[in-house]
Design a protein around this ligand. Structure first.
Ligand SMILES: [Mn+2]
Length: 393
C-alpha cells in the first residue's frame, strides 16, 4: 500500500514537473520570438534615425510590426472588413510610407566601414580625380569612412598644392605625402598605418568604381573576417576610354615562375554548380590592384613584406599568406570596378624594373614555396630566355 501511495504521489509530482516544464518552454519560445522581433525593429529604427528619415518611429504598424486594436474597436473592424476583405480599419491607421524589414536573403544592415586607399606616383590628374569621384559617388556614405591618397613622392607639380586645394572640398579625403620614393608596397603600408576604417580597401589610381561595387565586398568580410574579396576588374580602353564588360566568372591564377593570369571558370562548371553573379569565386591568387581586407586581419598576417621593392610579387606574397593563415581569396562577380590596363608601368623604377620584379618574386619563392621553389627557379631560367620582360598586370 505504502509503495502504491508513494508511486501515486510521485506520479503527481512528475506530472506537475512535466506541465511546468512545458509552460516554461512555451514561455521561453515566446520570449525569444519577441526578442528577435525587437532586434529587427531596433536595426530598422537605427536606420531610420541614421537616414534622418522624417517618418514617425512610433506610428501604428511602423517597421512592419503587428498593429493591434482594442476590443472596443472590434465592431468597427468587422464593419469595414468587407470594404477590401482585409483589415481596412487598421490599414487606414498605418502611415502610407511605413518602413518594413528588408527580408532579402543575405542583406546586412550593419556592414563594417572601410578606408579606401589609393597609392599613386605621377598619376594623370583626370584619372586620379575620376577614381576618387567614382568612390565618393558610388559608395554608401555610412560605409565609406575615408579616402586616403598616398602620394609616393610624385614629381608633377599639379599633384602638390593643386591637389591639396581640390581635395579640400571633400572632408572624407586625406592626403598622405611620403618623403621619399617607397614604391607601391610600402606606400600601401603607409596608408594602412593611418586608416581608421574597420576594413582596408586598396584600389589602383586609374579606376572607376561601378554602381553597388562596395557592399558585396564588405559583406564577405562581415560574414567572415578572413575572407579577402576582390571585385571583377572590367576594362577601360586605353584608346577610346570606353568602359567594357568582361567575363564575370574568372579566377586569378598563376603560372610558373609566379606569373599572374586569368582563367575562365568552365561553362560546364557554371552549369553544374548553378553559379550566379552573387556567388563568390575562390581564387588561388589575386591580381593585387583591387581588394578589401579586414584591417586587423591584414596586420595579423604581418601586412606585406616591407622588404619587397616598388611593385611586383606583392600580390603573390599576400595571396600565399592569406591561404596559409586560414583565409580565402574570392572574386565577387557582382562587384565591378573598371581599370585602365596599361602596356607597362608609366613611372620609373628607382632601379632596373625587371631586376626589381625578379628579386621580389625570388624573395616570395624563398619564403613561401618550400621545395616548390625549384620549379620557380627552373621556369624562371627558361622564361627569361624565351620572353624577357612583361607588361603591367
Ligand atoms: Mn593598374
Amino acid at each position: 500500500m505504502r509503495i502504491r501511495r508513494y508511486l501515486r504521489d510521485s506520479g503527481r509530482v512528475l506530472a506537475f514537473v512535466f506541465v511546468a516544464s512545458v509552460i516554461w518552454l512555451l514561455f521561453d519560445m515566446a520570449a525569444l520570438r519577441m526578442s528577435l522581433n525587437e532586434v529587427n525593429t531596433e536595426l530598422l529604427k537605427e536606420r531610420v534615425i541614421r537616414e534622418k528619415d522624417p517618418r514617425d518611429a512610433n506610428a501604428v504598424g511602423q517597421f512592419g510590426q503587428p498593429a493591434v486594436v482594442g476590443w472596443k474597436e472590434d465592431a468597427e473592424v468587422k464593419k469595414r472588413w468587407d470594404e477590401g476583405h482585409f483589415n481596412v480599419y487598421l490599414s487606414d491607421k498605418i502611415p502610407v510610407d511605413r518602413a518594413i524589414p528588408d527580408t532579402r536573403p543575405l542583406v546586412h544592415d550593419d556592414l563594417p566601414s572601410t578606408s579606401v586607399i589609393f597609392c599613386f606616383v605621377d598619376e594623370v590628374w583626370s584619372t586620379l580625380l575620376r577614381s576618387v569621384h567614382s568612390v565618393l559617388n558610388r559608395s554608401p556614405p555610412h560605409l565609406l569612412k575615408e579616402i586616403i591618397l598616398v602620394d609616393d613622392f610624385s614629381t608633377k607639380d599639379y599633384l602638390k598644392k593643386q591637389l591639396d586645394d581640390y581635395m579640400a572640398q571633400f572632408p572624407k579625403v586625406r592626403i598622405v605625402r611620403l618623403k621619399e620614393r617607397q614604391g607601391l608596397i610600402r606606400a600601401r603600408l603607409a596608408g594602412a598605418a593611418v586608416a581608421k576604417g574597420e576594413v582596408l580597401t586598396f584600389l589602383d589610381s586609374h579606376i572607376e568604381c561601378n554602381v553597388g561595387w562596395l557592399e558585396p565586398l564588405l559583406e564577405r568580410v562581415y560574414l567572415d573576417r578572413k575572407k579577402v574579396p576582390c571585385p571583377v576588374i572590367e576594362v577601360i580602353s586605353d584608346k577610346d576610354m570606353s568602359y567594357m564588360m568582361v567575363d564575370n566568372f574568372q579566377r586569378g591564377i598563376f603560372k610558373w615562375p609566379l606569373v599572374f593570369g586569368w582563367s575562365a571558370v568552365p561553362p560546364e562548371d557554371i552549369k553544374k554548380f548553378n553559379l550566379t553573379i552573387s556567388d563568390p569565386i575562390r581564387c588561388p591568387v589575386m591580381a593585387g590592384g583591387l581588394f578589401s581586407i579586414d584591417k586587423q586581419y591584414f596586420f595579423e598576417l604581418g601586412t606585406y613584406d616591407p622588404g619587397l621593392d616598388v611593385w611586383g610579387g606583392e600580390n603573390m606574397e599576400i595571396s600565399f599568406k592569406i591561404w596559409m593563415c586560414g583565409g580565402e581569396i574570392e572574386i565577387i562577380p557582382c562587384s565591378r570596378v573598371g581599370h585602365i590596363f596599361r602596356g607597362q608601368n608609366p613611372y620609373k623604377f628607382p632601379k632596373d624594373r625587371q631586376k626589381t620584379v625578379e628579386r621580389n618574386l625570388a624573395r616570395v619563392a624563398e619564403v613561401w614555396l618550400d621545395e616548390y621553389k625549384d620549379l620557380f627557379y627552373a621556369c624562371w631560367m627558361l622564361n627569361s630566355i624565351v620572353t624577357p620582360g612583361r607588361g603591367e598586370r
